[in-house]
Design a protein around this ligand. Structure first.
Ligand code: 5GP
Length: 347
C-alpha cells in the first residue's frame, strides 16, 4: 500500500486571483477557441462547453439550442439508430458527438448510423477508462474512423491520458467521481479531486498535442472558469444544464392561482437505479448503483443559463486580463482558500 501525500485540489479549494489588465469591457474578450485535432486533422471552433451524454441532458433539443451559442452536446446513447441518422443529417450536428459504450451492440448501432450519414465526432464513454479493453476499443474505433474526432474517457491521471491519446483519442475526458449525481466516491472510495485531475491530465495531453475535456463537478459558472484556468480545453456539464425545457426529464407541476405551472424536473446519474431500471431492466446483481436520482428546480429555456455561464467566463477573463480564452491558463493564478472559508461561503 502506498500513500500519496501531494496536495490535490477541488474547485472549492481555490479562487482565481485578479490581475492587472488593460481590458476595458467584458465585450472586449473572446470566449471562443479554435482547435486542430491530432488524429483526425480536422478543426473546430466555438465556445468549448459540452452538454453531458446523460439521457436527460444530452438531448437533440439541447444540441440544437447549444449550437446557437457555438457550444457542443454529446448526445446520449439511447436514441434509436434511425433518429440519430436523421439528426446527424442536420446542421446542428456539426457541434454534436455521437456517444457510445464499448459493447458490440454499441458498435453495430454506430455502423448502422454511419452507413446512412457521416458521423465526424464520437464520444467513447465508460465510467472507468483504465481498462485494457477500453484502450483497445479506442484503438479499434480510431482505425475504423481515421477522419473522426474521438473523445474518450474517463480518466484522472496523466499516464492514462497519454495512453488514450496514443490509442487514438483527440480529446480525453477527465473526471472520476466529481459528478453532481455521482456516488462513486461514496460507493467505492475511488476518485480524484477534479481541479488537480484537470491540471495533471491537461499537462499530459498537451505534451502529445491532445486535448482534454473536464467532465463533472461544476456547480456554478465560477467552476467553469476555474476548469479553463486549470487547463481544460472543453468543460462538460450535467447538473448545471438540468431542469431546462430542452431536457428530457419528468416535470413536476403545481397548481398556482388556478394555473398548472412546472416547478421541478428529475435528473439522475447514468448508473443510478433509475437509469438502470429504464435501460437495463434493473441493477445487475453483481454491481451496485453509482448514481443518484434528484429533483432540480424547473429553470425554463437553457439559453438563459448559457448567457449566465458565458457572462461568468467573460467576466473572469476581464478580471485576469485575458483577451482570448486560450490565454486563460497562462494568466491564471489560483489561491488556496482555507477550509473555514469553504464552510462559510460554501465555495
Ligand atoms: P455534473 O456536471 O452533473 O457534475 O457531472 C456530469 C458527469 O457526471 C457526466 O458527464 C458523467 O461523467 C458523470 N456521471 C453521470 N451519471 C453518473 C453516474 O450515475 N455515476 C457516476 N459515477 N458518474 C456519473
Amino acid at each position: 500500500m502506498i500513500i500519496e501525500s501531494d496536495l490535490k485540489l477541488d474547485f472549492k479549494d481555490v479562487l482565481i486571483r485578479p490581475k492587472r489588465s488593460t481590458l476595458r469591457s467584458r465585450s472586449a474578450v473572446d470566449v471562443t477557441r479554435g482547435f486542430r485535432f491530432l488524429h483526425s486533422g480536422s478543426e473546430w471552433s466555438g465556445f468549448p462547453l459540452i452538454a453531458a451524454n446523460m439521457d436527460v441532458i444530452g438531448t437533440m433539443g439541447m444540441a440544437r439550442a447549444l449550437a446557437g451559442f457555438g457550444a457542443m452536446t454529446a448526445l446520449h446513447k439511447h436514441y434509436r439508430a434511425e433518429d440519430l441518422a436523421a439528426f446527424f443529417a442536420e446542421e446542428a450536428s456539426a457541434n454534436a458527438f455521437y456517444s457510445m459504450g464499448t459493447t458490440e451492440a454499441d458498435y453495430e448501432k454506430y455502423e448502422a448510423v454511419r452507413r446512412q450519414v457521416p458521423v465526424t465526432r464520437i464520444c467513447l464513454d465508460v465510467a472507468n477508462g483504465y481498462t485494457e479493453l477500453f484502450v483497445d476499443f479506442v484503438q479499434r474505433v480510431r482505425e475504423g474512423n481515421p477522419e473522426a474526432v474521438i473523445m474518450a474517457g474517463n480518466v484522472v491521471t496523466g499516464d492514462m491520458t497519454e495512453a488514450l491519446v496514443l490509442a487514438g483519442a483527440d480529446i480525453v475526458k477527465v473526471g472520476i467521481g466529481p459528478g453532481s449525481v455521482c456516488t462513486t466516491r461514496k460507493m467505492t472510495g475511488v476518485g480524484y479531486p477534479q481541479l488537480s485531475a484537470i491540471i495533471e491530465c491537461a499537462d499530459a495531453a498537451h505534451g502529445l498535442k491532445g486535448w482534454v475535456c473536464a467532465d463533472g463537478g461544476c456547480t456554478v459558472p465560477g467552476d467553469v472558469s476555474k476548469a479553463y484556468g486549470a487547463g481544460a480545453d472543453w468543460v462538460m456539464l450535467g447538473g448545471m444544464l438540468a431542469g431546462h425545457d430542452e431536457c428530457e426529464g419528468d416535470i413536476r407541476y403545481e397548481e398556482r392561482e388556478g394555473e398548472r405551472v412546472p416547478v421541478a424536473m428529475t435528473f439522475y446519474g447514468m448508473s443510478s437505479d433509475t437509469a438502470m431500471r429504464k435501460y437495463a431492466g434493473g441493477v445487475a446483481r453483481y454491481r451496485a448503483s453509482e448514481g443518484k436520482t434528484v429533483e432540480v428546480p424547473y429553470r425554463g429555456p437553457v439559453a438563459d443559463t448559457m448567457q449566465e455561464i458565458m457572462g461568468g467566463v467573460r467576466s473572469m477573463m476581464t478580471y485576469i486580463g485575458a483577451t482570448k480564452l486560450k490565454e486563460v491558463p497562462k494568466r491564471t493564478t489560483f489561491v488556496r482558500v482555507s477550509s473555514q472559508l469553504n464552510t462559510v461561503f460554501g465555495n
